[in-house]
Design a binder for this molecule. Sequence first.
Ligand code: ZN
Length: 739
Amino acid sequence: MRRTRLTLAATLVASAGLVALPTAASAAPAAAADVPVQFLTLNDLHGRIATPAADNRDGQITVDGQSTLVGGAANIATLVADARASFAAAGGAAASSALIGMGDLVGASPFESAAFRDESTIEVLNSMGMAVSVVGNHEFDRGTDELRRISGATDGTFTDGITACEDVGLPSDYCFDDSARQPFAGTDFPYLAANVVVKGTTTPMLPPYEVLDVGGGQRVGVIGVVTETTDTIVAPTGIADVDFIDEADAINRYVPQLQAQGVQAIVALVHEGGEPETPAAVSGCGELTGPIVDINERTDAAVDIVLSAHTHQNYSCYLTDPAGQPRLVAQAGYYGRELGDIRFVVDGATGDVDRLCGTYTATNLPVLQSLADDPATTAIVDYWVAQAATVGNQQVGTTAVAVNRDSARTAESPLANTIAQAQLEALQDDPAGAYDDPAAEFGGVPVVAFMNPGGVRANIDAGPVTYNEAFTVQPFGNYVNAVTLTGEQLRLVLEQQFITPARSTQLFMGTSEGFRYDYDAARPAYDRVDPTSIEVQDPATGTFVPVSPTATYRVVENSFLATGGDTFTAFTLGTEPVTGPVDVDTFIDFLGRNPNYTPPSGSATAPNGFHATPVTGGTWASAPLTPPAGGGGGAGDNGGSASATGVSGALGVAAAGYTCPAEPTPGTGGGAGTPGGGTGTGTPVTQPVANPGNGIGTGQLANTGAATGQLTALGVGLLLAGGVATVAGYRRGRGITQQ
Ligand SMILES: [Zn+2]
């Protein structure tokens, strides 16, 4: 258990007595000085190493009411240096600042990362000196062996006996030469996975925690866990050798082990998150909902900070821990658009984080593209972008005619239908031969696949199709999923294509072959599809059979639709969900086995190979359907978490009447822009509801209300060399030293 602050005060007195000091408040103590610490955090980078183009929405946030360009590893590296300069100006030591990864650093990546199994992104993170990262769910996209392959700093520990380019048993399209023309050697930082255990055991597959030496004789323990839902959102075959257990239970398991080593300052790195009710804030809290609220409530009070990720949100909140103390819970956006700047103080006397009387803040800094590009990072990114241009020109198929999308999204399109067909076949026939028994693997043989039109991002020209073209069509890295729907729920999917109270535009989905229906767009909402016209083809006989409202059907959709994306909430009613391969992989496989591809020509009533037949004056007698509430994410990624677990108010007020104890060394903490940090003696300290700024940044963020951190311009010229905390325990080729 974390000792209460009153106990800490008593400890101070006792220690002082041992060294024969007159009082705890002596100005000349023997106790070690407090150590200010800075954690700079990157979550859900998803391989976004290249600076986004000006017209790329991923690279735009609102600062000072203006759309502002953000992102790019070259800018992240510069901001890391600037944030460290700010920390130094506030009294921090170089050895007390660490760059921390929060998971999903790789996976669902753009081409310059995905084409190289994210080895490009790992070179960038190594170059930035990342100290440690927790695994995210996307680190499991290509399975546990691939995760072991990339986790170079843990080779030989726990179940990780795999060295980056040796003895892997993977296909040959891995291990590329990096920008220094050296073969891939994995991460220089350990990947933590406390709650990913070897199946049927309690042994984690990778190290559960890491102890960082933060200087001044102090250490900080970091425990890493990933969303326990990972096994439902990545392909099952790749993770068959592990179990994902409860996040808080796993954290709590390792707290005593850290304490037994004398480590009192403990930070949980949790690749799971929440959503603020008022999500406009870049820093700040608002009401926080979602899984992280529950995780915080059940995480041992000895854990001083809970850093989170996965939901692609910005927040910095003080929630209550099980002992009733405020605890910082934060997340810093996604795609390298923001950098989290976490500041806290390790008490020199106790070795614990001083939550009530020292600096204890999280500020999200926008990664402005207007920052000067870091030259070393730029060189690495430029190298990989050039490599991507070469690889991207490789041919993956040919088409006899152009295969186009419908950019207005108001009609079926040959390309969306083709993608749906590719995804159906991937789970139906397993043409890539990846599974022993695809029907068992995917919960039965699917009869139809749906593709949302917004997920089809470009046309395919006639002639050779390159890897780059295919990737441009499907850049999101979604998975192909399957669920079981009733016939009536299947009809609701079709109804949700049209204008409804929930959406003001028509979004006509691509569908696979062997499926058809009639509709009349002039009829009332949720009653535009003739229920008797919905038919699926019996694969054995080729006969079209009407869909029964009460029968169940296996249906394929991508992970974006599975969570109710684009208000297709009918998919959230599905049962027995399973996750299959990455979408673009199935599309490339399809093109590869269909050379000189021509989309189906269709029939007289449904030309162009379309599966929906418009009718006028439809007279069918059916009751309008009622959609379920919720769903409706806007992004193409599947980063969201749908299960909110209650509301926790923004708090941040220390216990009423609490008095901070006298400090042996005054003036610690209290970074620029941090009110009340570290210097108060004998005065009740009130934590702000949301975090104040840490004195870095350029311009005031556009968030409003009490949650806003006002950022002031940073005085340049305070450059600080180095700054990565020493990592104790894990180095390439060394066994672990813990437990
Ligand atoms: Zn995630």
